[in-house]
Design a protein. Structure first.
Length: 239
């Protein structure tokens, strides 16, 4: 196995690609955070990533997150829920997750808030926005986000909004993919102008293994990378 075939080599290549994308956009590489997405991968793979300095991991399913968090307890790790979250899983998310990036509706906000009050916790969240027309994609309609943010700030103080998240269209057309990322950045900029008290919009989580460079060029502050770090996944991957 060559160095390029190791996880260390793959991570090094990703960091270089991030730096190159930032250079094209006139940004500092330090303005983009790499979130390793460990969903479906075994604990040993996470341990390997930990040995390379990774301390924060993205998961899709609350059950899998809980199992891995238990197996790696005491290691100073942070667990980020990035998959679609069913309302009946809010209890698990409120108990085990350090952050939820897929908040996309009022009933979920209500359920998380109620459970967080019981846990005596607060939780960083990103609001997931739907920027494509694909039926398979989740997210709040862009025109509904402003009112949603105001309601969170007024009614759900356990939820600390840090920014927005989106999934781009699954398309070979880079212009179509780029348009999704641009739409989220444009929305963020317009929302910032509203100065909603108690809401931070500093973060834009957008871009995955196949499209993160386009996302960075359009303003992403965090890319969610799984297969380019850990290798091919075994599906299905249901909530």
């Amino acid at each position: 196995m060559t160095v390029q075939d190791t996880m260390a080599g793959r991570i090094a290549r990703i960091h270089q690609r991030i730096a190159d994308a930032c250079a094209r956009a006139g940004r500092s590489p330090d303005s983009v955070v790499l979130l390793p997405v460990s969903k479906t991968f075994e604990v040993d793979a996470i341990r390997e990533a930990m040995a390379l300095g990774m301390t924060r991991f993205g998961e899709n399913k609350t059950q899998e997150l809980r199992q891995k968090a238990a197996a790696l307890a005491g290691q100073g790790l942070q667990w980020v829920l990035i998959g679609h979250l069913q309302t009946n899983k809010a209890k698990d998310a409120a108990r085990d997750a350090d952050e939820v990036q897929s908040l996309d509706r009022v009933d979920l906000a209500e359920a998380l808030h109620r459970r967080l009050l019981n846990e005596g916790r607060t939780l960083d969240v990103l609001v997931q926005v739907k920027t494509s027309t694909e039926p398979s994609k989740f997210g709040m309609a862009p025109e509904d986000v402003s009112a949603f943010l105001r309601r969170i700030a007024a009614e759900f103080p356990t939820l600390r909004v840090q920014g927005l998240m989106t999934l781009a269209v699954n398309s070979p057309d880079p212009d179509a993919v780029r348009a999704c990322f641009r739409a989220l950045r444009t929305l963020r900029d317009s929302l910032r102008a509203e100065n909603i008290e108690g809401v931070s919009l500093d973060r834009l989580s957008m871009g995955m293994s196949g499209d993160f460079e386009l996302a960075i060029e359009e303003g992403s502050t965090e890319v969610r990378i799984g297969t380019a770090i850990f290798g091919a996944r075994t599906y299905p991957d249901a909530q």
